[in-house]
Design a binder for this molecule. Structure first.
Ligand SMILES: NC(=O)c1ccc[n+]([C@@H]2O[C@H](COP(=O)([O-])OP(=O)(O)OC[C@H]3O[C@@H](n4cnc5c(N)ncnc54)[C@H](O)[C@@H]3O)[C@@H](O)[C@H]2O)c1
Length: 455
């Protein structure tokens, strides 16, 4: 790709914009780092004029992602992705933007599409397009456009495929298109289920690193990140008062634990539904009420599904819910609340406010659905705070490098994040937080590895 000078203004082929300079555009021209505009670059964003605003958000996020900043500086020197193409499907948030800049600093050419039709922050998409990243994303894009955008990033002919939910991995394997991918990564639990199923069938065409399964990912992102951002999404979607409310959380995995913990922190009476006896026992000993959804449906005032499973709240549950009950989902796909059934059961549907719809049922009760039953923290809020995505995206950055460094050594299976990478990320993060911890002495190491010394 040919790079042009900093002052050239060129817009994507698909969405030509008026070439008048707004104050926002002036502000991106004054940025300290160079902006490369790429000849023949292809992108599709809502409004390229939002780039200046996006740049400010990216600066704000980067300030809170110091560990990834350290990796970016390393990449800027060593250029591990020089001449390589990366296709990514991630929620186009400011934190994803910081990751894209990190990979670009490492020499990558990048094509990016949204991980969900509702999750794109349009100012970030614009800023990244201005950076020379081939972005295909806008908030509120339809499912058909979402799929077209996946195809676009696949057509980029990537060396590395970064995915969140495995829609791109699935397309790469089903499209019949010749693949040159060296390997990939996967961000979330639901995506891991899918790539594991592909591995089981023996159809994986490239190795994939399971980023989600790193300690520095699921322990923090899934639990604390989703805990805070889901609460944020429910509040932004409804501005409802939480204390004293009966909040039903379906699933007590890493996400459910975080959500339950944070709603309890706000004074909610949290009820858990589960299918796993260990998780149910753990939830019980953590002090939550556990019951079947059939019972919880009658009591709940706010519902949040967090299972990664299908059909968690279905017609029979919605029929017995209280008037005014609020439904939401924070699992990856919009399959947990049966929105189709909700529509079919309703005699009236109204948009009440941004991201909140009212459904009046035949029995006269009104149910409220946030963000169409899609990820509530990304649909109705901004996703996880930057501090926690710092950890997740260090994993994405270093896993992408790992795939390249080990090209031809890896089989077409799902890989765990190597422990040394996981530990390194934890150590960098601790250092950036100004936290230092003790080290094992030689005597302690010996003691912990021996069996002879007892009572
Ligand atoms: N909103 C976000 O930003 C975000 C972040 C991380 C993960 N996720 C997604 O959240 C979902 C959960 O992820 P996780 O890491 O907690 O997974 P997990 O496997 O740790 O937990 C899922 C839990 O749901 C339970 N479950 C499954 N089917 C159930 C059913 N029918 N009824 C009740 N409980 C049921 C399982 O027993 C398990 O305990 C996934 O879809 C994941 O991709 C979302």
């Amino acid at each position: 790709m040919e790079e042009k000078g900093q002052n050239a203004l060129e817009v994507g082929k698909e969405e030509a914009q008026e070439n008048k300079e707004s104050p926002e555009e002036k502000s991106w021209r004054t940025l300290k780092y160079p902006i490369w505009l790429v000849d023949s670059m292809d992108y599709k964003v809502k409004d390229i004029k939002l780039a200046g605003q996006g740049d400010l958000q990216l600066e704000w996020a980067a300030m809170h992602m110091p560990a990834l900043g350290e990796i970016e500086r390393e990449f800027a020197k060593s250029k591990p992705f020089k001449g390589r193409r990366i296709s990514a499907v991630l929620h186009v948030t400011k934190e994803t933007g910081v990751l894209m800049r990190c990979l670009k600093a490492g020499g990558a050419e990048i094509s990016l599409a949204a991980g969900n039709p509702l999750s794109t922050q349009d100012d970030i998409a614009a800023a990244l397009a201005k950076d020379g990243i081939s972005v295909f994303a806008w908030s509120g894009e339809g499912v058909q456009q979402y799929n077209e955008h996946l195809q676009k990033v696949l057509d980029f002919d990537p060396d590395i495929i970064i995915d969140d939910g495995a829609d791109l991995h699935a397309l790469a394997h089903s499209s019949g298109k010749k693949l040159n991918a060296i390997g990939g990564t996967e961000e979330t639990t639901s995506g891991i289920h899918r790539i594991k199923a592909m591995e089981k069938e023996g159809i994986l065409k490239y190795p994939i690193v399971a980023v989600n399964n790193a300690n520095t990912k699921y322990l923090f992102d899934n639990r604390y990140g989703t805990g805070q951002s889901t609460l944020d999404g429910v509040i932004r979607g409804t501005n409802i008062f939480i204390p004293g409310r009966h909040v039903v959380v379906a699933g007590y995995g890493w996400v459910g634990r975080g959500v339950a913990m944070r709603f309890r922190g706000m004074g909610a009476r949290v009820i858990i539904t589960e299918v796993d006896p260990f998780k149910a026992l753990e939830a019980s000993m953590d002090g939550f009420d556990i019951m079947r959804m059939d019972e919880a449906a009658k009591l709940g005032e706010i519902f949040i599904t967090a299972t990664g499973d299908v059909d968690i709240i279905v017609e029979k549950h919605m029929k017995v819910m209280k008037d005014g009950a609020i439904l939401s989902n924070t699992g990856h796909f919009d399959v947990e609340v049966d929105v189709k059934a909700l529509r079919a059961m309703s005699v009236k549907r109204r948009k009440i406010r941004e991201n909140l719809e009212e459904y009046t049922l035949k029995n006269g009760r009104r149910l409220f659905l946030i963000a169409e039953g899609r990820l509530v923290n990304l649909g109705a809020a901004e996703g996880h705070p930057s501090e926690v995505m710092d950890l997740s995206f260090c994993n994405q950055a270093l896993s992408s490098k790992y795939v390249l460094d080990n090209e031809s050594k890896l089989d077409n299976i799902v890989y765990k994040i190597p422990e040394d990478i996981d530990r390194r990320i934890a150590s960098i993060k601790l250092r950036t937080l100004g936290i230092s911890i003790d080290e094992l002495s030689e005597k302690q190491k010996k003691y912990l590895g021996a069996w002879e010394i007892g009572t």
